[in-house]
Ligand binder design. Sequence first.
Ligand SMILES: [Zn+2]
Length: 256
Amino acid sequence: MTKRILAIHAHPDDTEILAGGTLNLLASKGHKITVVTMTPGDCGSADLSAEEIASVRRQEAQHAAAMIGAEYFCAEFRDFAFYSDDPSRRRVVEVLRKVRPDLILTASPVDYMADHEAASMLVRDACFGAPVKNFATGAERPAPPLASIPHLYFMDPIGGVDREGKPVLPDFVVDVEPFFEEKKMMLAKHKSQREWLLKHHGIDDYLDMMERWTRECGRRAGVEFGEGFRIYKGHPYPQNPLLEELLGADLVVRVA
Ligand SMILES: [Zn+2]
């Protein structure tokens, strides 16, 4: 049965780096995917103004999502300026009620960057709030509450490590080798970020970095390219392995 899948992370390109192969696999099986970023990446340029780079990056994210037939929109928070507070939580609940996902992939609760951790916490709590009838979002045309809490999975942190550099182990690794080239092409849509890194580091490291991380994640599971996920285990979130079932046993390697 076709499922609705929401991939929601902090910035344009995070989802492509951490879950681009998995989303390609899910799209190839006919599932309906929406990609949401918390911000339009308005701090991601040394030359353009915040609003200029934001509009460039919204387009890049849209183009990347279009490659797998996914919709994209931005929750319009701003870089380094959103937290788990009351108005932000209501806004993210409204995002969930609009998209109405069966399954959500979001940021790791522990990651190298504040926005990633804030995104993770907001999405986690919005899953809880989205079915609660009396929790009003204050949106102009509010969507109805969800029927139930969606399945919630965390992506790996960037680089697969926590703030101490220690590995964050996923529950399982998805073998994304069949779609690694597509993942790379999706990430390449984020031209502004590739150019930014090239200018600052002097090397074209953007795609290579993603490749190294995807290889390293795969290595943990004995496959060439991998993406790790873990299900959120808090009560009363659904615990049956929906993502693993949608992908199929031959592409999922348990590591924990
Ligand atoms: Zn990010």
